[in-house]
Structure formats: C-alpha cells, structure tokens
Design a protein around this ligand. Structure first.
Ligand code: NAG
Length: 244
C-alpha cells in the first residue's frame, strides 16, 4: 500500500527526469477522470487531455482528441479503399462505451457517428478514424462527445403509412418514439407506435455528397430494399481501436 503510493509519487516526480516508471500511463492510455486511481502522467511527447469529467487520455503532442482533418466527401460515395486510421488520430475506446459498426458490404466496418463529427445532426456511418463512441442507457442510444456532451439518437416519426424507412439524427434531447436496446451486440429499436417486423433491420443510403446516412428499416431485412440503400445490421465493437 505505502509502497504503491510512494511508487506513484516517485513516478510523477521522476517523469521529467525521463524515468520510465510503470506509473506512467501508456500511449493512448487513461491518465485521469473521476474515480481514476491509476497513472496520471503520460510518456514524453504525450499530453494528458481531458475528454470528459470521467476520462482523460494520453494523446500525442497537444492535438485535440478528435481531429477532423481526415474528413473527406468523395463525390459519388467513393471511399478510400485503405482507411487513413493513422495512429495519431485513431480514437481509443473509453471504458464502458462501444464503437458501433456495420458489417455487411458495401459498408463493411463503417462506424457510426454524426455527419459533422461530434455535433447535432444526421447519423451516418464512416471510416474507422472518425468513429464515435456509444452507450445504450434507459432505452436511449447515447453518443459521447469528447467535451462530455451526450447526443441522443432520435428516430424520425413516420410521415405516413407508406414510409419504408425512418431517418436517424443526433440531438441533445432523448428519443421519444421508441426504445434502443442491445440484442447481443446488435443495436435494435422498437416502438409501441411504429410497427416493424424486425427490430435489428437498418439501411444505409448514401446522399448525393457520399455521406452514408443511417435509416431505420421499417420492412424485413434484405427484402424490397429501397433504391440506393443497402441492408445493414449494426453492432457494438469494443476493441481498443476501431479497425478496418
Ligand atoms: C409519405 O411521406 C413521404 C415522406 O414525407 C412522402 O415522400 C410521400 O409522398 C408520402 N406518401 C403519401 C402517400 O402521402
């Protein structure tokens, strides 16, 4: 006990002197946050950066936790065949959260996020480097923005009875139409007022700018797929980094 405390203090004091103690958090590792009792110093060249009241992380240099530099909208929906998930920008999973990704072609391992990263607006899937992080709590699908803001997935109410898909967007207020839940690692949604045969059926429909918009599929999976859309299920991924 005493020894651990001393080691911790020593680690903090000696960092500047270049002592590589086990009390230095690893690259990309947690270095602070409410209740955190582990290392609070980062390797040389890495900065302990606050992501939320609950989580601080060692990041390279002084770069903000989420870089938008890799955002590109290739006309016609083209996406780079090899992801630009460079170590300098790849997000690291926060304990208790999940990445969420689609697994069926043509959207294999595309990750859920806001169209404009970390903001209110349309829900899309995109490259691993831009993956956002999520929890499902109290029937809400919550996106955790690095500044600590929670954005709730909101399902668009059906305009009429012939609508076959519903848009999904991120807002600061919770969804009132239905309930998000995990079915194993699969994201599902059901509602008392919206009838659908399959709670895990989603669609990805690119817009003219190539954004891969997420929709809730009101029909069965892989049946009468709307023109321009692809059937998808979306799943939690809890590896340390989003992978291609
Ligand atoms: C139903 O709503 C959709 C979406 O707003 C609209 O495009 C469509 O024309 C409507 N159909 C009918 C029959 O009202």
């Amino acid at each position: 006990m005493t020894r651990a405390i001393l080691a911790s203090i020593a680690g903090a004091l000696c960092l500047a002197a270049g002592v590589a103690a086990q009390t230095t958090a690893p690259q990309w590792g947690q270095c602070g946050g409410q209740g955190w009792t582990g290392a609070t110093t980062c390797p040389s060249g890495w900065v302990c950066t606050v992501s939320s009241p609950y989580y601080s992380q060692c990041l390279q240099g002084t770069a903000p936790p989420s870089s938008a530099s890799s955002v590109s909208s290739a006309p016609g929906g083209g996406s780079p065949s090899s992801s630009s998930a460079a170590p300098g920008t790849t997000p690291t999973l926060i304990p208790g959260y999940s990445f969420i990704r689609s697994v069926e072609d043509p959207n294999y391992h595309q990750y859920l996020r806001s169209e404009t990263i970390n903001t209110v607006g349309t829900a899309v899937l995109g490259d691993p480097v831009d993956a956002a992080q999520f929890q499902i709590l109290n029937g809400q699908l919550e996106q955790m923005v690095p500044d600590g803001t929670i954005l709730y997935a909101n399902v668009e109410p059906p305009a009429n009875s012939s609508v076959v898909k519903l848009g999904v967007s991120w807002d600061t207020t919770p969804d009132t139409l239905g309930t998000f839940l995990w079915g194993g690692d699969t994201v599902e949604w059901n509602s008392a007022t919206v009838t659908r045969p399959q709670n895990n059926a989603w669609l990805v429909c690119p817009d003219a700018a190539g954004n891969k918009l997420l929709f809730l599929n009101l029909g069965p999976y892989d049946y009468d797929t709307p023109t321009g859309c692809a059937d998808e299920t979306i799943h939690a991924y809890t590896g340390p980094y989003p992978t291609d």
